[in-house]
Design a binder for this molecule. Sequence first.
Ligand code: ZN
Length: 146
Amino acid sequence: MKLCPICHRCYEDTDNVCVHEDHASLVPSRPGSRLINERYRLDRLLGRGGVGAVYAGTHIELDRPVAIKLLLSDFITDQQAVRRFRREARATARINHPNVAEVYDYGTNRLHLQTDNLNLPQRQNLLQQIRDANRQIHSEMSQKEE
Ligand SMILES: [Zn+2]
């Protein structure tokens, strides 16, 4: 998958130039297609953390906006990172909070967040909400580890 370095839209490896206003040269981003599990299409990179990246995407069968969190490819073989990611998905799935998107699918290196219940201004602020959610999840996880 390739990424536009300016608008952060996602492209397939066969694409070379961003078709949006910036017409920037695309840069390689992750191995594989932007289509995940033949169901989720990565549309735009929203943000990158220490071990994961969050994308705005689409559930292509249902034509529904989703947020998808992926482990960075450097960490896919890191068992500790994979375990932490799984715990995060499970912890997120248990939380019922208006600012926490619902987890409705999970793979070993993927976390899919449902954003249906968010209105447009909330959706534009999705990254901040995911940061807040991650903070809450990690504080719950560290309390459990104590
Ligand atoms: Zn672009």
